[in-house]
Ligand binder design. Structure first.
Ligand SMILES: Cc1cc2nc3c(=O)[nH]c(=O)nc-3n(C[C@H](O)[C@H](O)[C@H](O)COP(=O)(O)OP(=O)(O)OC[C@H]3O[C@@H](n4cnc5c(N)ncnc54)[C@H](O)[C@@H]3O)c2cc1C
Length: 265
């Protein structure tokens, strides 16, 4: 979308193997506009998350996409979580965020159904429907002359001196530049182009429960646990969604393909 804006005379094609946009992670995530509190202060990730938070809110305002800055609480349920909570709070401050430490009483006031011995309140977190965001990206790309092709799967990539040839299930495309944004397939895509990255993506699937509608009142903010430093995940959280639902999750399931399962059996 940004390239189509900066280079209005360029020709651009976006290739997606599915028959709709945002069919994978982008359309199935928690829908949270994160604040960047978790990331190492000064790191690119921390800067990127903070700028991204503002940019997303600005984008939604500009294009009439519903969003809500509902804020989040990271709750310590046990004594042993307090030092990690303290560390996170310091990170939040160093990342320039408007974070606040609150005690059990204040927590009870804003989240009456949450039991905790302390919490961090992060007001800049929000929610949005990323399918809606993707649809707006697609509309802008098309308005700026870009072409979006659905149901087109990249099967091979050949790099030549001055162009790249992309072989797909629906013919061949020649281009000067290729940007790989294939999500969990991006390692395979890089391999197709003959690159040796020394990396392999190990995918995890996230599964969620949904609160029954009569219990949605139990959750006012986004409610997160203090993350367990042994795992690279944020922990099971309660997320309010833009359509009013409240999700609890995700867990992290290593998806085994059929061949792996057969081997085990
Ligand atoms: C459970 C879970 C919860 C998350 N929650 C949040 C959250 O609350 N907030 C947040 O900011 N982030 C969240 N994330 C992270 C976020 O969803 C991802 O970082 C983001 O969606 C990645 O987008 P992407 O475009 O890189 O990948 P994807 O959305 O996976 O898109 C990649 C696309 O490439 C296509 N593709 C792959 N191979 C080919 C091929 N050979 N030919 C053509 N097309 C191909 C795929 O079909 C796919 O549509 C979450 C992630 C998970 C898994």
């Amino acid at each position: 979308m940004e390239l189509a804006k900066r280079f209005p005379n360029s020709k651009m094609v976006v290739i997606e193997k599915e028959n709709e946009l945002a069919h994978h992670q982008t359309g199935h995530n928690s829908g949270v506009i994160h604040s960047g509190i978790y990331y190492k202060p000064g790191s690119l990730k921390a800067q990127f998350a903070r700028k991204g938070n503002k940019a997303m809110v600005h984008f939604c305002e500009e294009h009439g996409i519903p969003y809500e800055i509902c804020g989040k609480v990271i709750v310590a349920a046990e004594e042993k979580e307090l030092p990690i909570m303290e560390e996170l709070y310091e990170r939040g401050l160093q990342n320039g965020l408007d974070v606040k430490k609150i005690g059990p009483e204040e927590l009870k006031e804003i989240e009456p159904h949450v039991k905790g011995i302390g919490a961090i309140r992060v007001p800049s977190c929000g929610i949005v429907d990323y399918r809606g965001v993707s649809a707006a990206f697609a509309r802008l790309i098309q308005e700026r002359g870009g072409d979006i092709r659905l149901g087109v799967r990249v099967e091979n990539i050949v790099e030549n001196m001055d162009h790249v040839t992309i072989e797909t299930n629906r013919g061949t495309i020649q281009t000067r530049f290729l940007i790989n944004c294939a999500g969990l397939h991006s390692d395979r895509m890089a391999k197709m182009a003959g690159m040796k990255t020394g990396m392999k993506i190990v995918p995890f699937r996230g599964e969620y429960y949904e609160l029954v509608p009569e219990k949605r009142y139990l959750v006012n903010h986004l409610i997160y646990p203090v993350p367990n430093p042994d795992f690279p995940f944020l922990g099971v959280h309660f997320t309010r969604m833009m359509n009013g639902e409240v999700h609890a999750g995700p867990n992290a399931v290593l998806p085994l393909n059929v061949k792996d399962i057969r081997k085990k059996i």
